[in-house]
Design a protein around this ligand. Structure first.
Ligand SMILES: [Zn+2]
Ligand SMILES: [Zn+2]
Length: 274
């Protein structure tokens, strides 16, 4: 399994000289499991992934949306492979919001917000809104199955965290979730049990968090707590606050590494082989 990070920023894209190392694009993570292409979220990082995937068309890919806040869907109208006939995209969202995933993705491309509507994108798309705990099995093209399960997190309007298992290896993608004070989130603990790679909402330092309680995001200290309790292998700091410079993110990483041996900061272009 190979994981590539295309967008690692939370809330809003942050281009500019102080964020150029970590990167300013919003959430998008690609996982290759055998020949299967799995994508977590469609923030602005999806545009860059799309440019790479154009070279591989025709493709079949599976896209899982944690939720539909803007920073997780904004790259989709600029995802060039979705305009190419012959490509197939299976799109999965949570059954936890008032509109379906299809309605929400189409809605952000409605006139007058965008010139081209989703219905004229050339690729074949299927939409599936997942219930809590519902599993998706994906053929890896090499005689094995990848399996994606979910658990709900703690975020305004709801969020799903996902776990992908493939040939005895696993990655958890748990972004946009706030920890509970004084206790570990049972659902995320179960989802993350012995995961090889744990990608977690590490938006704030504990000091920054004080003023952001209830905003639906977490800290690296809480990420470490969960990673330890779940017996996770590698902990990846993800969904960096738009106010954090490269230096601030590095500082967060250093502080997290003092608490947990295997920590890495998600940054654009990071590749993790599992
Ligand atoms: Zn977000
Ligand atoms: Zn969100």
């Amino acid at each position: 399994m190979q994981i590539t990070f295309w967008g690692v920023r939370g809330s809003i894209p942050t281009p500019g000289p102080t964020t150029v190392q970590v990167g300013g694009n919003t959430s998008c993570v690609e996982v290759r499991a055998g020949k299967a292409i799995v994508i977590f979220d469609g923030g602005t990082g999806l545009r860059l992934l799309g440019r790479k995937l154009l070279k591989e068309t025709p493709i079949v890919a599976h896209m899982f949306f944690s939720h539909v806040h803007w920073d997780h869907i904004q790259g989709f109208p600029f995802f060039e492979p979705a305009f190419v006939a012959g490509n197939v995209f299976h799109l999965y969202g949570g059954k936890n919001v008032s509109r379906t995933l299809e309605e929400t993705l189409a809605g952000q491309m409605d006139h007058p917000n965008f010139p081209v509507h989703l219905s004229v994108m050339g690729a074949k798309m299927t939409f599936r809104d997942l219930a809590e705990g519902e599993a998706v099995e994906i053929d890896d093209g090499e005689g094995h199955k990848a399996r994606v399960t979910n658990a709900t997190g703690n975020h305004p309007q709801g969020v799903y965290a996902f776990r992908l298992d493939h040939r005895g290896k696993s990655v958890v993608y748990a972004t946009d979730t706030e920890h509970y004070e004084g206790r570990i989130d049972d659902k995320l603990l179960k989802l993350t049990h012995k995961a090889d790679v744990f990608i977690y909402d590490s938006q704030y330092t504990p000091e920054e968090y004080v003023a952001k309680k209830g905003w639906g995001h977490s800290t690296f200290e809480e990420g470490v707590r969960l990673a330890k309790a779940a017996g996770a292998g590698k902990y990846v700091l993800f969904h960096h606050d738009p106010g954090q410079s490269d230096a601030a993110v590095r500082d967060k990483e250093k502080r997290a590494a003092a608490l947990f041996p295997n920590v890495v900061t998600a940054q654009e272009g990071l590749v993790i082989d599992v």
